[in-house]
Design a binder for this molecule. Structure first.
Ligand code: GDP
Length: 304
């Protein structure tokens, strides 16, 4: 069953692995967020694509939930000693990937081409595509000012309340090579339990992708990233309360108007009224098996 998943790099990557463990090899295509990407120390870093790749390749640090297992930090310490920026943490093993990606991009390869080459090197059968090969950057607007995503998330520890989120470059962004074809071939479209504003929003801000999902002929099912009205990690519950007025399943579904047919919610959330079909199950991906069981439920819901 050909499936396309729209995903960020946290809850999204864990869910992607659950799907990859369930579906036949090669049936899953993941379209990843690039709104979090940044240039730092001369390198192009693509945190969500990397979390997807590391998770699917079994290289992720499961405790930290980002970066590589067995990481060391010598290069960053040396860069700091030479006066380089250190607020964005890049480990020695992780740096190797950023060096190769940056070199290939400078040589003229597209981000989708580079990502595919890295995936092949890691022997991952799931296709990972950036939403766009163009430049798209998320900005967070808070009472204290407007910040590029990583400055707000990492440097300011995402403590500012968020009034709005915008996606620089989205108006001109085209879907990356392969994305529209994958959506057209999909027998189901899924939206991962990722932050709707920060991870899925930038993907759907690419007009061609939004239109393809809006005019789908197959079901599109999202998984709620809330358990009992709370984010499992990160700032989503605060963001939803402030920007959408609450954290019920209806508030989550409201982030995807005309884009989803169903929402898979956790059993700890009272379903209440929503404009889409709600399916309750256990959505906490405490381990790989739990992620696989969730993936099975979501695929069932997507088959209608
Ligand atoms: P980011 O790119 O690191 O921000 O990652 P995502 O947007 O993909 O994931 C962050 C979201 O995943 C948060 O809103 C969490 O609440 C959600 N999340 C993390 N783990 C789980 C889980 O086990 N179950 C569910 N339902 N959501 C989760």
């Amino acid at each position: 069953m050909k499936v396309v998943l729209l995903s960020g790099g946290g809850g999204g990557a864990r869910f992607a692995r659950g799907l990859a463990d369930t579906l036949p090899p090669g049936d899953l295509t993941v379209v990843g967020n690039v709104g979090d990407d940044l240039e730092i120390l001369g390198l192009l870093v693509s945190p969500d694509l990397d979390s997807l790749l590391y998770t699917l390749a079994g290289l992720i640090d499961e405790g930290r939930r980002w970066g590589r297992e067995g990481e060391s930090w010598n290069a960053l310490a040396s860069a700091r000693a030479w006066g380089g920026e250190e607020w964005f943490r890049l480990g020695d093993l992780d740096l190797g990937l950023h060096l190769v990606r940056t070199e290939l991009l400078h040589a003229g390869m597209s981000l989708s081409g580079v990502t595919d080459q890295l995936r092949e090197k890691a022997s991952v059968s799931t296709r990972i595509l950036p939403a766009t090969d163009g430049r798209l950057r998320t900005h967070v607007h808070a009472p204290a000012g407007s910040f590029p995503f990583q400055e707000w998330f990492v440097a300011r520890a995402h403590e500012d309340e968020v009034d709005a989120v915008s996606y620089e470059g989205a108006d001109d962004a085209r879907a990356a090579s392969g994305v529209l074809e994958a959506l057209a071939d999909a027998e189901a479209i899924l939206i991962a339990p990722s932050n709707p504003y920060l991870s899925i929003g930038p993907i759907l801000a690419v007009g061609e992708i939004r239109t393809a999902v809006e005019s789908r002929r197959v079901r599109c099912v999202a998984v709620s990233p809330l358990v009992g009205g709370k984010a499992v990690s990160g700032p989503l519950d605060r963001m939803l309360s402030r920007m959408a007025g609450g954290t019920t399943p209806a508030h989550v579904a409201g982030c995807y108007p005309a884009l989803i047919d169903g929402l898979v919610i956790d059993g700890a959330d009272a379903p209440g009224e929503a404009d889409v079909e709600l399916v309750a199950t256990r959505t906490l991906m405490s381990d790989r098996d739990a992620a696989r069981r969730l993936a099975e439920h979501v695929l069932e819901a997507a088959c209608g």
